[in-house]
Design a binder for this molecule. Structure first.
Ligand code: NAD
Ligand code: GLY
Length: 362
């Protein structure tokens, strides 16, 4: 069992990493529960697997609750789903003494967190992430959002959870493709800051893809420690936190241009990281060897590294709509070496010509 503290003054909270913690979730949250109804938000697959363990533990702790299953898929991370959730919250008389629990992957975490952050100007919120991607990244740090048809995460709030409960046993039922997608975010943390984590993930990829608990605990703990530290230093992404977006500028454009359905978020991030590494090498920020090393390792873990066919103008337009754009330029995270990245404002002209020459976009 590991406990990591996210130090944010009165918004501080703990991340608990423990196989089986779901079975005692009620006891974990009872000290912070203020007496009202708890709305558990999940999807049919995850609820079918894990909602009964959670509701049993809430019953045992005497916490009133209801479960709402949102249909599966990124396309339900939308304002129309939020509206249904707000109606449900009214039906069950959720108020500020209540709480929202997200039980699921990053889609459910972002959606449940956003509705919790906006309903009656904010109710308490607990994350119980059940994908590797959500356990190493999405459940920590308080970014919540929904998508608009023209771009990802365009409507959102910072709303920190009161606690994050990570039960590594839930990853045993996760399909391999989802585990791989989660590994992309672990590699990302390694590339940004932690050569040990990068090497460990490379050397233990098979054990991780077999949901081996000891290996999982290492990558989840190190990822959460790193993310907690970045969030503590820059909660609202006024600077440093943007390094966590390595691979996301092009990754988000891929997701948008392929309708959020062809690729998993982690797969899009993998292609985005490979593209960012290629650009870093061609612009002379990192060696070609470092770039090749990264791409070879992503490929060895079964992650995609070649961009899908995309028109250069559409890709640039999608990137310009991305909320992380600074006026007139594109803010990109580029690589110096494995373990070190930096943020650079790139002119759209420079990016357009690199898209053509280096990334072979038409
Ligand atoms: P996801 O939430 O779509 O989950 C992937 C699939 O796995 C779903 O079909 C789900 O039903 C299934 N699933 C979940 N847990 C399972 C389990 N234990 N066993 C079997 N099946 C299970 O995808 P994701 O990769 O977890 O999250 C992607 C989302 O997270 C994107 O919307 C992305 O934008 C967001 N995200 C947010 C942040 C943040 O900081 N807020 C960071 C990274 C990603
Ligand atoms: N996943 C990027 C962030 O939380 O800032």
């Amino acid at each position: 069992m590991s406990k990591i503290s996210v130090q944010l003054g009165e918004r501080s909270y703990e991340i608990v990493i423990e196989p089986g913690v779901l079975d005692r979730a009620g006891a974990e949250i009872s000290s912070m529960h203020r007496g009202g109804t708890v709305a558990v938000i999940s999807n049919p697959r995850v609820a079918g697997l894990y909602a009964s363990a959670l509701t049993r533990s809430l019953d045992a702790a005497g916490i009133p609750h209801s479960v709402f299953a949102v249909p599966m898929g990124e396309r339900y991370k939308s304002l129309s789903t939020c509206r249904k959730l707000y109606e449900h919250f009214l039906d069950i008389k959720l108020d500020r003494a209540g709480m929202v629990i997200a039980l699921g992957g990053g889609v459910i975490g972002d959606l449940a967190g956003f509705t919790a952050g906006t309903f009656v100007r904010g109710v308490d919120f607990v994350q119980i992430p059940t994908t590797l991607l959500a356990q190493v990244d999405a459940s920590v740090g308080g970014k919540t959002a929904v998508d608009l048809p023209r771009g990802k995460n365009l409507v959102g709030v910072f709303h920190q959870p009161k606690r994050v409960l990570i039960d590594t046993n839930t990853l045993k039922s996760l399909p391999k493709r989802e585990l791989r997608a989660g590994l992309a975010e672990v590699f990302k943390h390694g590339i940004i800051h932690d050569q040990y984590l990068f090497d460990f993930t490379r050397d233990n990829a098979e054990a991780l893809l077999n949901a081996e608990p000891t290996a999982l605990e290492v990558v989840i703990r190190r990822s959460c420690e790193f993310k907690a530290d970045v969030v503590r230093r820059d909660e609202r992404e006024s600077g440093l936190r943007a390094i966590l977006n390595f691979g996301h500028t092009i990754g988000h454009a891929i997701e948008t241009l392929t309708g959020y359905s062809r690729f998993k978020h982690g797969e899009a991030v993998s292609m985005g990281m490979a593209a960012a590494a290629r650009l870093s090498a061609v612009w002379g920020y990192c060696t070609q060897d470092a770039c090749n090393n990264l791409i070879t390792l992503l490929e060895a873990a079964g992650l995609p590294v070649q961009l899908p066919s995309m028109e250069r103008d559409s890709c640039l337009a999608a990137i310009q709509k991305d909320k992380k754009r600074a006026l007139g330029t594109i803010r990109m995270v580029l690589m110096k070496s494995i373990g070190e990245v930096f943020i650079e404002e790139i002119s759209t002209e420079k990016l357009a010509s690199a898209f053509k020459d280096t990334l072979q976009m038409q």
